[in-house]
Design a protein around this ligand. Structure first.
Ligand code: UDP
Ligand code: MG
Length: 165
């Protein structure tokens, strides 16, 4: 079944110049990239992204990590699409804990555990279809994804926006 999945190259991955390596590893899946953005992550976005972990002792450190306080204030967000996309990407990422991850996986090769106990594991990937839908809608507008992944509706926006001068 065709699926979409959200990938984030986290701030440690960008700081360590791993973008090319990670994209090359992901290209082994033969999935399609249907959306890509460089994002400066606000606290609000980080809190929403990791809302499920808000009661964990490492939550505050995790927010700081995703916001780039320890590396670079940016994340690369991508949407991959294709057959069994969620599991294919998760397999290449490896286990959450970089010390337990297969050394050949992205997290096994590039991740580390900080002295504060946070797993800096270079990449995020959605774990299931509910999560991927929630996350893609959080990180992308419909116009930023080249496929109509989910139903959309017309709406008039009257917010002040920055445009090219
Ligand atoms: N994390 C951590 N310590 C833990 C569990 C998770 O630092 O004990 C961090 C890690 O960066 C992980 C993220 O929180 O990628 C989200 O955790 P989740 O359980 O969703 O793992 P994932 O889906 O990223 O494999
Ligand atoms: Mg997760």
């Amino acid at each position: 079944m065709n699926q979409a999945t959200l990938v984030l190259i986290k701030p440690d991955g960008l700081k360590k110049s791993l973008t090319g390596n990670i994209l090359t590893r992901l290209s082994e899946t033969k999935l399609d990239i249907v959306g890509a953005r460089i994002v400066k992550v606000s606290r609000e976005l980080a809190e929403k992204h990791y809302a499920m972990l808000k009661d964990k002792p490492f939550f505050e450190e995790l927010l700081k990590y995703l916001m780039g306080e320890y590396h670079k204030k940016k994340v690369m967000a991508l949407v991959y699409y294709g057959e069994d996309a969620i599991q294919k990407v998760r397999n290449i990422c490896g286990s959450t804990n970089p010390e337990e991850a297969d050394p050949v996986s992205i997290r096994g090769a590039y991740g580390r555990i900080t002295t504060k106990g946070v797993y800096e594991n270079a990449i995020h990937a959605s774990a299931n279809p509910e999560e991927s839908e929630r996350e893609i809608k959080l990180w992308f507008t419909p116009e930023e994804v080249i496929l109509e992944l989910y139903p959309t509706k017309a709406a008039k926006k009257s917010v002040e926006a920055r445009i090219w001068a």
